[in-house]
Design a protein around this ligand. Structure first.
Ligand SMILES: Cc1cc2nc3c(=O)[nH]c(=O)nc-3n(C[C@H](O)[C@H](O)[C@H](O)COP(=O)(O)OP(=O)(O)OC[C@H]3O[C@@H](n4cnc5c(N)ncnc54)[C@H](O)[C@@H]3O)c2cc1C
Length: 415
């Protein structure tokens, strides 16, 4: 029997869902019943978004009562239903396999993260959606479709914003398992980071820079390598931080993954441990993507206006994402610098400062993170997405009734 519960709020509580309730089907037949009878429907997964992308004025649906099989076949892993990276990783690790990268936390769902282009860092690492090789989607009539890389709508389906239907399973590319050693360093001068961001962010397999755009004591280079501790950070004056790590103004608690020792990929690639609250908890996040080739100029433009937003900021994280072929990807056909902001959980204060950052980044054709807070007008969002018309055509074709459309999609991409 289909169960129901309250729609609640996003993980950090910054957005309370307008949706009337969450429907919880127990199998694919019940899911088909929910979908086919819905006027409007969005999927609620692990709720780690910071805007209304998952919302609707009717009911939401959750896959949490559906089976969660994880199966490795021919170098790929097929993941069903509401599985998180924390659940997926040890299963494939036990079979000697790994993913190419992970985000800063393993608590998020595979389907929700890939629907929004969630990413880690690394100049050679595409976002998590780029590992998708096939998706199984239930359309608005309750019919199943398998869309693999040979399908002409694959570029829309692997990073779909939930607009093509309910993703019931994904297949991800895996690779042989590997170990990572990570270390976080203070003492690297901002002039070196901002003067040659590609050198710093490209120094190891995955590099993040944390900063508050002012106090050098907050500047941190966090490097994750598959060939031991990197020399290049120490050559730039970096000193390992030891146990007492601080990410800008985030209250630091014991929630980070081990540094200084080698360990399996999934125990080192996320900054935050699966058994602890990630980040701060009481926060809002924003992120913009600019071409990596413009990184130096884009950082200078944000630095110049930092006094205008500094009071709202807990910390900024800089990362890189390699180019991909997914139509709505912030990294579609361009390597990007990701400029992230963790804000105090003050919606009005954050919305007031975002336009100045968006204006500063406008010359660089900035694209927003789909799961985070932004105020860019739809025309700017659409202008930055070369394949948006193809995406809209695909979404209208598979969902002519507009069941999976919502205010967010109307406002941002014009669906
Ligand atoms: C502490 C924290 C740290 C973060 N770190 C990172 C990071 O390192 N990198 C990064 O890029 N982002 C990061 N994020 C953002 C987050 O990863 C993304 O916003 C992601 O989309 C969250 O997925 P979710 O399933 O939790 O969210 P949800 O809001 O539940 O889902 C996200 C979207 O996917 C859709 N969706 C979910 N499941 C399905 C499905 N089965 N079928 C169809 N549509 C579906 C939803 O409708 C919604 O539109 C972080 C967020 C938090 C809170």
């Amino acid at each position: 029997m289909i169960q129901r519960r309250d729609a609640g709020a996003t993980w950090s509580g910054n957005h309370r869902y307008r949706a009337t309730e969450v429907l919880l089907p127990g199998d694919l037949d019940e899911l088909a019943e929910v979908v086919a009878s819905a006027r409007s429907l969005r999927v609620q997964a692990t709720r780690h978004t910071f805007n209304d992308i998952a919302d609707t004025d009717a009911a939401l649906v959750s896959l949490e009562r559906l089976p969660t099989h994880v199966e490795v076949v021919d170098g790929r892993v097929r993941v069903e239903g509401l599985v998180t990276f924390a659940q997926l990783a040890p299963v494939i690790e036990a079979e000697g396999r790994a993913l190419h990268n992970l985000g800063s936390l393993p608590h998020i769902s595979v389907a929700g993260a890939t629907a929004t282009g969630t990413h880690g860092s690394g100049v050679r690492n595409g976002n998590l959606s780029s590992a998708i090789r096939a998706v199984e989607i239930m359309d608005a009539d309750g019919r199943m479709h398998r869309i693999d890389q040979t399908h002409d709508r694959f570029g829309a389906a692997a990073l779909s914003l939930g607009a093509l239907g309910v993703v019931t399973a994904v297949e991800l590319q895996t690779e042989p398992t590997y170990d990572i050693t990570q270390q976080a360093y203070t003492g690297v001068a901002w002039a070196d980071i901002a003067g040659d961001p590609e050198r710093v962010l490209g120094g190891s397999r995955s590099v993040s820079v944390f900063t508050t755009w002012g106090d050098p004591a907050h500047d941190l280079v966090w490097a994750k390598s598959d060939d031991g501790t990197p020399d290049w950070v120490e050559e730039l004056g970096g000193r390992p931080v030891g146990d007492d790590i601080h990410l800008g103004r985030i209250r630091t608690v014991d929630n980070t993954t081990p540094r200084g020792t080698a360990g399996p990929w999934h125990t080192r690639l996320p900054h935050f441990r699966a058994d602890a609250l990630p980040s701060d908890g009481d926060e809002i996040q924003t992120e913009y993507f600019v071409p990596l080739a413009s990184a130096r100029e884009a950082l200078a433009a944000v630095k110049a206006i930092a006094p205008a937003f500094e009071a709202q900021l807990l910390v900024t994280e800089l990362r890189t994402v390699a180019a991909d072929e997914l139509w709505l990807s912030p990294a579609y056909r361009r390597d990007v610098l990701a400029i992230h902001f963790t804000w105090r959980n003050d919606t009005a204060g954050v919305l007031a400062v975002l336009p100045s950052i968006e204006e500063a980044l406008a010359p660089f054709d900035a694209r927003p993170h789909w799961g985070k807070a932004f105020t860019l007008p739809g025309e700017s969002v659409r202008a930055s997405l070369t394949r948006v018309d193809d995406f809209l055509a695909a979404a209208r074709e598979v969902d002519p009734r507009g069941v999976f459309r919502n205010d967010f999609l109307r406002r941002t991409v014009g669906l």
